[in-house]
Design a protein around this ligand. Structure first.
Ligand code: SF4
Ligand code: SF4
Length: 92
């Protein structure tokens, strides 16, 4: 959960984590490992069972921990620049 503000580097990372929504089961494992609390669980109103996570790209430090420990291999590490231009962090 993106609640408590944690210490972050001043320079933005070159890479960020991206969740492939179709592959994400919402198991929350990545939330536990993220050192900067930038992953939030989402429960779609129309069907809360189909939960998934969203990553705040501004806060992500590109540490790879979420991608490494996702049991469903649902997270990709990508270059930050193109996604700051398009603004979308979830492949729906
Ligand atoms: S660990 Fe993977 S499957 Fe689980 S919530 Fe995070 S992205 Fe989704
Ligand atoms: S790469 Fe690191 S900082 Fe970014 S969402 Fe994953 S665990 Fe959090």
């Amino acid at each position: 959960m993106a609640t408590a503000a944690k210490k972050r580097p001043k320079k933005a990372s070159k890479v960020i984590a991206i969740v492939r929504r179709d592959d994400c089961t919402g198991c929350e494992a990545c939330i536990i490992f993220c050192p900067v609390d930038c992953i939030d669980l989402k429960l779609p109103e129309e069907n809360p069972i189909e939960k998934y996570v969203l990553i705040d790209k501004q806060t992500c430090i590109g540490c790879l921990l979420c991608a490494r420990y996702c049991p469903w291999d649902s997270i990709d590490m990508v270059q930050r620049a193109p996604f700051e231009e398009t603004g979308d962090l979830v492949f729906a």
